[in-house]
Design a binder for this molecule. Sequence first.
Ligand code: SF4
Length: 267
Amino acid sequence: MTYSYTQISQYLRCPRSYRYRYLDGWQEKETKASLLFGRCFEKALAAYFLQEDSAATLFKEWGVWREATLNYSKSDSWDRMAHQGVHLLELFARDNRVRIEDPRKDLQVKINRSLPDGHDFVSYIDALGDLDGTRSIIDWKTTTSRYPDESTGLLALDPQLLCYSWITGISDAALVVFVRKQTPEIQYLKTSITEEHRQEFGQLIEMTSSQIQAGRFLPHSGIRFPQNGCVSCPHLGLCLENQTMIESKLIRRPGASDLDWLDQFTD
Ligand code: SF4
């Protein structure tokens, strides 16, 4: 068994949802424009570090989806997102705060770690590079709203950064957040993760792995407003036995857990 951050976080959010996705093969249909745009934008960033034409790469990748029927959020459209992306790429080049020494090696870095129970854990890290001169784990995010400014230190508890810090042993980590709003903005949010937090995260992974191996998949439903995880869960139709919801949201691919590493690109 090879685990990933996406698998572990899905189990922790709701074990039943994990079972639907990884054991039964029920995957969410890929029609969210924001998610697909994020993947295209990451390819444009890779082109930027490879000293290729990043705007042309963005248009080429995003162009694949131009005629597709996607779910756009209220104010988004294909054109608007493309232009915001180009604006953000220009801003990023102007800021010039991130250095990637060897883009062929240091982007989408695959790291494996063996767990004490004999299973494996794999991570694909967006980038390992220097932010403002400090070697850091870097995770790209594209979003339509700003992340909270990092004055409270909360980012040190971000589970994805904790995971990457645990698997690499690197303390410094950063989110580079590309905000697609009226006036596009890039946030560079930095944190430092302690050895104690890394060890705790490792224990959390071991515990989760043992729960999965023991076949414990009880639902963690939430019905309290406004933090009801079921409302945004793609598997809600399965839990409610609602065929219309199932067909609108999901596609079944038995054996899909073999392709789990692809999920890394959706975060
Ligand atoms: S709808 Fe709720 S209980 Fe059902 S899988 Fe999703 S989160 Fe879990």
